[in-house]
Each structure stands twice: as structure tokens, then as C-alpha cells.
Design a protein around this ligand. Sequence first.
Ligand code: NAD
Length: 399
Amino acid sequence: MGTAALMIEPSRVLGANDRVRVGFIGFGGRAQELVTQLLPLPGAELVAVADIYTRRLDEAKHLAPTVRTFDDHRRLLDAKDVDAVIVASPLHMHCRHFVDTLAAGKDLYSEKTMTWSIAEAEKCLAAAKDSNRIVQIGLQHESSGALADARKWIGDGMVGKVTHVQSWMSRNTPRGKGQWVRPIPADCNAQNVNWQAFLNGRPDRAFDANKFINWRLFWEFSGGNVTENMVHQIAWIISALDLNLPAAASMSGGVFSEPDGREVPDTIAVTLEYPSLAVTWQSTFSNSHFGLGEHILGSDGTIEHVAGANDMVTGTSASSIHYYPEKLNRPGGTAVAGQTPDQNHMLNFIDCIRTRKQTNAPVDIGYRSAIAAHMANMAYRHKQRVTLETAKTMVDPVG
Ligand SMILES: NC(=O)c1ccc[n+]([C@@H]2O[C@H](COP(=O)([O-])OP(=O)(O)OC[C@H]3O[C@@H](n4cnc5c(N)ncnc54)[C@H](O)[C@@H]3O)[C@@H](O)[C@H]2O)c1
């Protein structure tokens, strides 16, 4: 596949005044948020949408009457007038859409988590390295000012030796309404959905509207809250501290607050072991008091990055980052509040298509964060601590 990606020329070379013509693969909830970020950008144009559910194509036409719609992503990728593709399909389809997009010579924005499995992460990394295409992963906190602040404080030696990073995410829902559970539209049936395309090689079975709409709740299609949200925070921590891959991972928890038939746990405790530090991450779905955040604990100082319960998803609500000195080792140090403004993650993608510079969330951070997430889920499903080596070779009970 990498060779194919090399051989295929991009649709065109963009001049300074040319608009970047963008297509979407998957036009559900997240894509319809991303399109509102794309449309205001002066250098970008929405030209095509591919989805396998007729309702989503109707919604695209309603939003942009001239948009061309496709019921098969391969037909969108054949289109010569598409320069770049945004992949916002369910997790178990990311790898296929990622690799196909690069092989078609298009630049790529792929939603997180980059892939559903470790093997797929390896495949996408290789495909991206073999191509000269721009890749941005939908890890929008890689464009945050808070990350720039944390990197600067760490780089300036204000934090000292870091052996532990604590992180957490807490959410709540009204009693009786499960986190992530979406209503099934009346037109969601086997006539309007290409169910085989959704299964993407999973064992064949009769159409299941709940699994199609609420795919997040089931291992075959999802990685649960580890791939929905931990991945944002672990990517941020990896980038702040320049970490590579975990040496080992453990994860425990269960379906405690949402006993609605879901398979993925709602209550989670993860430990990721890096060569000289441990990262812990906890998730709960029945209490939102502490929102979400990260504490980088160093011998010379602490970085506290906290946000409201939904920040990592919408990217819109307020968050703050502070540095506090450890007076034991930095007696003259003073507390600092981070001030660096966020960059626009979508604009960064469009800019990089023109400049051919590396994006804020290139394939490497997609890869490293995906491997950490999948190692944690492997540890949970196998009920044991897994090392990087064993995670790569273990047979996944849902794979
Ligand atoms: N970066 C973020 O903050 C953020 C926030 C929310 C969701 N996401 C990610 O975005 C992705 C999509 O999530 P969502 O909530 O929009 O899901 P969704 O179910 O609302 O949308 C997925 C869309 O993909 C379509 N689809 C399914 N199979 C397809 C195929 N083979 N070809 C083309 N289209 C296909 C579905 O019909 C649906 O319209 C997920 O990976 C999710 O983790 C990221």
C-alpha cells in the first residue's frame, strides 16, 4: 500500500490563491462539528461527502446544496477535484479510510483514535511514512496553548525530574440516560444503511440499528473511553514530556454506572509505565465534579492543567494551566499562569496543505497515543498487565 501511495500523484499542486477542496468520509456527529470549523476558513471549500447512511448524505446536501455525495468512500477518493479528506467514520474503519486516502494521493485529517488496534496503527504509520501526504490527527489539544506552556516550563527546567503524571476524566448524565447513548432515527434501517460496509469485515449478521448508531459501546467497533477520551489526554502528556511508547500497561474497572448492555467499561483505572515515569488515568461516568485534567508532578515544580467536564470533546469551554514551584528545590520560584493562545487545529491542517510543513498532530503522535490506548484495553480484556512486546503479539479476545 505504501508503494501505491508513493506512485500516485496528488490531484494538483496548490497555488497561493487556490482553495483546498475537501471531502468527508463519514458525516455523522463529529463530521458535522468539524464542517463548521472548516467552512469559515477562507482557504477551504467543502466539495464532497461519502457516507453509507442516506440520512447523512441528505444532511450534507441540506448544509451545502452543491456538495457531491457518494455512498462509497472509494468513489469520493476517485474524484480528481478532492485535494484533502477528513475521515470521521467509526473507529474500526479509520485504518481502512486512512490507508485508502493516502493511496489515492490526498492529504488527510483523520479523527482520533488513529486506529482500532495495534496492528492497524503500525499499518497507518508505515503508510504515512511511505507517502508525501500531509497528515493531521484529530487530537486538537496538540494545538492548544496549554501544551505550548507546559513544553516551555518543562524545557526551561522549571519542573525538574518527573516520575508521575496523574490524569482523570469525569462525566455524568441524568439518571436513566446512559453516557453516549443516542436515539435511533426512524429511517435507520437496512434499506438506508449499507450494513456490510459498516461491518468492514466483522462477522456477518442481521442489521442491528443499535450497534450502527451506538457503535461506541461495543468492542468490535470501539475502544471505549480509552480511545474516545484518554487518547486526547495521553497524547497531550506524551507531547509535553516527549515520551515514546509505554513499556507496559495495566487497566481495571468495569461497567458499573451504565448497565445498559454495553461492553466497554465506564469506570476505569489505567497505569501506563514509561521507562522512568508512570502515567495514571481514571475515568468515571457517574460524577462530573472534578471535570478532567492532568497533574505533571516534578521534583522542582507541578503543572496543573484542568478543564470542565466536556472540554476534551468540544474544545470550547474554558480551561486553565498553572505552574507551581516546589519550594524545597526551587526556593525562589514563583507560580505562573499559562497565557499562550490556542491555535485553530483545522486551520493548521489547511495551512500545512499549502506549506507542506508538518502539522501539529502528525502521524507519530497518532501512533504513540493509539499504542498506549490499545495496550490499556488489551490489559483490561486479558485481565493482566501487558508489556509492549506482549501486546503486539497477544491474540485480542475481540480481534
Ligand atoms: N476529536 C474529537 O474531539 C472527537 C469528538 C467526537 C468524535 N470524535 C471521533 O469521530 C469519529 C466519528 O464519531 P461520531 O460521533 O461522528 O460517530 P457517528 O456514528 O455519529 O458518525 C460516523 C459516521 O460514519 C458513517 N459511516 C459508517 N461506516 C462508514 C463507511 N464504511 N464509509 C463511510 N461512512 C461510514 C456513519 O453512517 C456515520 O454517519 C470517531 O472516531 C470519534 O472518536 C472525535
